[in-house]
Ligand binder design. Structure first.
Ligand SMILES: Cc1cc2nc3c(=O)[nH]c(=O)nc-3n(C[C@H](O)[C@H](O)[C@H](O)COP(=O)(O)O)c2cc1C
Length: 186
């Protein structure tokens, strides 16, 4: 019997306080048999070192479009070809806005736009309640929901980083994996 090809998951990480949960998400995905590579926004690298994701994935972590002077390869194209699916978790309000409008001013958002439309994108936003409830974010989220290959995993109510209670806490990692598998038809 032919062995099933391992699915390649590209995990996009943005600068949200729930970034530490992305580390556990990498572990869960790898334990479930997925190959995982991580792309971070430049702001995300200010919150957590890419080295941590490199050790968790055993892969190079991608963050910059231009800073590696010796390497002008088209990373956004190569990574969008490599990925069978793209997860963005946590997805900041800022990146939600960029995804909704096709802004591609960093590697993560460029990959999102370059990704073939038959590949699933699972977006798990996490942010302060007011940011989540802001009409601008609501509009951005509803625009993303209209894109055929995108799934939004809504944040939940809970205790936020500020210790306020409200909506905006990253969805449970198991829910994100469940949505990924459903999107991949597994
Ligand atoms: C410690 C810290 C935690 C933050 N947490 C969040 C968050 O949970 N959600 C969010 O949308 N923005 C959060 N921000 C603000 C974002 O980092 C900021 O909007 C940034 O521009 C997002 O950049 P990116 O989308 O390119 O990663 C946080 C900022 C800091 C300094």
């Amino acid at each position: 019997m032919k062995a099933k090809k391992q699915k390649n998951i590209l995990l996009g990480v943005t600068a949200g306080v729930a970034i530490y949960k992305s580390c556990s998400l990498v572990r869960i995905l790898r334990k479930r048999g997925f190959a995982v590579k991580v792309v971070m926004t430049p702001n995300a690298t200010k919150l957590i070192s890419s080295k941590l994701f490199e050790s968790l994935t055993d892969e190079k972590v991608y963050a910059g479009m231009f800073e590696e002077i010796s390497d002008y390869s088209l990373k956004h194209i190569a990574l969008s070809k490599w990925a069978d699916a793209f997860i963005v978790a946590p997805c900041s309000a800022n990146t939600v806005a960029k995804l909704a409008h096709g802004i591609c001013d960093n590697l993560l958002t460029s990959i999102a736009l370059a990704l073939p439309q038959n590949k699933p994108v699972v977006v798990a936003p996490a942010m302060n309640t007011n940011m989540w409830k802001n009409p601008v974010t609501r509009k951005n989220i509803s625009q993303i929901c209209e894109i055929k290959n995108y799934t939004i995993v809504n944040p939940q109510k809970g205790v936020l980083a500020s210790f306020d209670k409200g909506e905006g806490v990253l969805a449970p990692l198991e829910d994100i994996v469940k949505q990924l598998k459903a999107a991949l038809g597994k």
